[in-house]
Each structure stands twice: as C-alpha cells, then as structure tokens.
Design a protein around this ligand. Structure first.
Ligand SMILES: [Zn+2]
Length: 492
C-alpha cells in the first residue's frame, strides 16, 4: 500500500524520495492516485478499481457452486480455490486472491494453472452480493461521480431498501422497475425537446431587432446550430461543456456586433439548450442489460484512470504513449474530441493539474517504478505545446537535470568500462607478442633440429655407402681368392 506519495515545493516541482508502492508498473494508468487534469480529483488505478469492487462480489462459498464453474471443477486450481473458500466462506474469490500470501501461492502454479485462476476470478466478478451491501460501498464515492450517476445511486438506495434480498441486476430487470423508468425517461426527453424547440424559436425571434444583414447572419447561425445540435450535445458532454461549445458557435458574430444586451439574450437561451441529456433513468435502463459486476464497475469506472488521446483518435491521433495523458473515465468521455486549448478555457486549473500528474509520473520514472517511460515527459510536453499553441506550459526542468545527471553517470560508467576494456586489450596484446616470440623461438629450434636431422641422415647414408663399398670389396676379394684357390688346385 502507499503511505504518502509526494508533495510539491514552491516551484510546483516534485520533491523526490517519498514513500512509493513496492510494485513496479509499466503503464501510467496503473499509478495510484494520479490527479485528473480536467476535474482535479484523484483517479483510481486499474487495480484500485478492482480492489474497490472485490469486497461486494458474491461470497465464494455461494459463488463457486454456480454451474458456470462446472468445467473447472475437476482441476487442481479449482480445488485450491475451493479450499480457500472453505477458510473464507464470506469473502469473494477476488478478495481472497488479492492477499499477498495467496498471490505468492498462485505464482507457484504453472502458466496454464495461473491462466485458469484468472479466468475463474473474471467469471466470479459477474455476481455481487445483494443490493444493501453494494449500495453501502458505492455510497462512499457518490459525490465524485457525474450528476446522472448520482441520480442513479439515489434510485439504487431506494431499491436496496425495497428489495433487500435481490441484486441490482435482478432489481433493474423487474418489469415494474423497467416500466417506470422508461416512462420517466421518455417524459424527460420529450420535455427537453420542447424546451429546445422553444429556445430556438426565441433565438429567431430576438433576431428581428437586428439590422437586416446581421439578422440574416444570425438566423443562419441558429439554423446551423439546430442542425448540428447533436455534435454539441453529445450524450456525455457536461452542461458547461455544451454551453461553451454553443458560445463558440456565436462568438465571432457577437464580438463583431458588440451589443451586450443582445449577447445576454442569446446567453439566456443557451442556458436552456445546454442541460445534460443523460439522466439516472436512462442510465438505469442501460444498466439493466449488464450483469451485477458490470453495474458496479460502470459506476466506479467513472473515477478510473484512462488514457486520453491528446490528438483525438478519430482525427488521426496515434496510440503512442506520447499522445496521451490520464483523465478519469468520466472526464475522458466528457472531453470527447474537444481540443485541449478549449478544455483549458473551460477548466482554468487544467494546466496546473497536468503538471501535478506529470510530477508524479516523473517521480515514478525516477525511482524505477515506471518502466519504458523514460522519454515520456519530454515528448508529451512537446505534444501538449503543439496542440495548445504553446499555451499549456509544463515544467520538467528538474527531471531533465536528473536525466542529464543520469546520462552523465552512464557516460562515466561507460568510460570506466572502456578503460577496463582497453587495459584488458593491452594485456592480451602483450600476451600475444610474448607468444609470438615463443613461437618464433620454437620455429628456429625446429629448423635447427631439422637441419641436424638432415645432417645425421646424410652421415647415415654416407656410412651405409661405405659399408656397402666394404662389403663389395670383401666380396670381390673373396671372389679373387676363390679364383686363386681354384687355379692353385689345377696346378697341383
Ligand atoms: Zn476527471
């Protein structure tokens, strides 16, 4: 767990060296408690979202009896989980397996075993405990979720009291519940359409007081807004975002016109056009199609850390890490494709919050807790400057200094290594020269011995020749003697 993370000094620069989690992460979304630049709230890392939900998931003793686990029942890992559930019958499988000691035991299974455990945990996440337990946990984040989710949570409070023995999926799918919220939602939508039509009529009406040419321009602006209202009132845009986008639509005209009274009248109608269209009833209807686990997850996910494409994906932005910062899911959805410079105008703290987020990321990189993000601060800064026409300024000086020091250390290390290598090379060279000398000596000795051998061979040949000569002489003498002897015999 995290004790305390980091604080900022006066220059809004991080002071390094505070308590960091033991875990090394490889994705910025896994950094706990990052600040969301848009809403300024702390976000939940992906693991924290899961840890938040695990305690309200169905108790393992009930959960593991479900037929969806039949195919695993004969496996070792299932027996392992079953044994754990006997020890902790009221805890969910996800909760039990989050324990560090249990995690260690799981790591001892082979690859297939570990994958099967992951699968079982995933399946176990589909079911939750009954509504009262779930709402108790969700109440703790109620003030951080968007207004339509707060409305949904209000409904859920009431239903948890009315149907305490049911889960929310069961409650949302009760015909009387579905019917009621469908009717309320339809009514709200109709009402909003009526109000919008009225506001557009009013906008055309106030145009009558303008000079003919201005009147025509203004009525045309009204027409295009009415035609494109869906792009400003995208389901997830907040009221303030919608209003800002509509203000942009009229901005040039109103600045040129320079008529404060008229501008105020337009503003009044924009207030009617802007309100949020997603409400608790609509959400409840959408949720009725999700399983229990997903209902809870979709609510908690609002606070979860997500990767926001600075250059929107739909406009050719890449998935590269340098094209993204983290926004909470609620804000990411709400941002849609609104450019960052407009976002900065709607949320004056946006830049400061980006700095806070980046500070923490830099602390993680510096302490080796975030892998493969070494060039992220420099590059993401460049992207941010580009999209905001140099308006969003980020201070990463201290990090760059650290990197420079780091690089210097690396150079020094490399230099020392080079020196060591050179020394080793020199030694090897000396050895080679010495060996060469030895070889030359040996070669000379070999030549000398060869010569000696040749000499001996020659001497041997000479001696053999002489022996042969002597033998011949002897034979000749023997022959002469025998001839002489025969002649002597004849004479007798
Ligand atoms: Zn946010």
């Amino acid at each position: 767990m995290i004790i305390s993370l980091f604080t900022l000094n006066n220059n809004n620069q991080p002071t390094f060296g505070y308590g960091l989690p033991r875990k090394v992460v490889s994705d910025i979304r896994d950094i706990p408690h990052l600040i969301c630049p848009k809403c300024g709230d702390e976000m939940l890392s992906r693991q924290e979202v899961n840890s938040f939900i695990s305690p309200v998931l169905e108790a393992s003793s009930v959960n593991l009896q479900r037929p969806e686990f039949d195919k695993y029942r004969d496996t070792n890992v299932f027996r392992f989980l079953k044994n754990l559930s006997i020890k902790h019958p009221r805890k969910s499988i996800a909760s039990i397996t989050e324990d560090r000691k249990i995690q260690y035991k799981i790591s001892k299974f082979n690859h297939d075993g570990q994958d099967t455990i992951k699968e079982i945990i995933e399946i176990s996440r589909h079911r939750t405990k009954n509504a009262p337990v779930v709402i108790k946990q969700l109440r703790t984040i109620k003030d951080k979720v968007p207004p339509e989710y707060q409305e949904l949570l209000d409904y859920m409070e009431v239903y948890a009291m009315k149907y305490p023995d049911c889960t929310f999926n069961e409650i949302f799918n009760k015909p009387e519940v579905l019917e009621y919220h469908k009717r309320v939602n339809d009514f709200k939508q109709q009402q909003q359409h009526i109000l919008q039509d009225k506001a557009f009529d009013k906008l055309d009406e106030i145009a009558k007081k303008l000079a003919p040419q201005d009147k025509e321009t203004f009525i045309n602006l009204n027409k295009t807004l009415k035609h494109n209202i869906s792009s400003c009132s995208y389901r997830y845009y907040s009221t303030e975002t919608r209003k800002k986008l509509m203000q942009y639509h009229y901005q040039d005209f109103l600045t040129k016109l320079d008529n404060k009274k008229f501008a105020a009248k337009v503003e009044k109608q924009l207030d009617i056009l802007a309100p949020y269209s997603l409400n608790g009833d609509k959400l409840l209807l959408l949720m009725s199609r999700k399983d229990d686990g997903l209902i809870v997850k979709s609510i908690v996910d609002n606070l979860g850390s997500t990767f926001d494409h600075i250059h929107p994906e739909s406009m050719g932005g890449t998935h590269g890490q340098y094209n993204g910062i983290c926004l909470c899911k609620k804000c990411n959805r709400e941002r849609g494709i609104i450019p960052y410079n407009i976002l900065m105008e709607i949320h004056p703290n946006f830049g400061e919050n980006v700095q806070k987020q980046l500070n923490k990321v830099m602390v993680f990189i510096k302490n080796g807790k975030l892998l493969n993000y070494n060039f992220y601060p420099q590059k993401v800064k460049k992207t941010l400057l580009e999209v905001t026409e140099q308006k969003l300024r980020i201070n990463i000086k201290k990090y760059l200094k650290f990197k420079e020091k780091d690089a210097q250390l690396a150079v020094e290390k490399a230099r020392a290594q080079l020196q060591r290598n050179n020394q080793a090379l020199e030694q090897v060279n000396t050895e080679i020269t010495e060996n060469k000398l030895k070889i030359n000596k040996l070669l000379a000795e070999l030549t000398r011995l060869n010569k000696e051998q040749q000499k001996l061979n020659r001497q041997k040949a000479e001696k053999q020749k002489n022996i042969l000569k002597s033998k011949n002489n002897l034979a000749n003498k023997k022959y002469a003697y025998s001839k002489f002897h025969t002649a002597l015999k004849h004479d007798k």
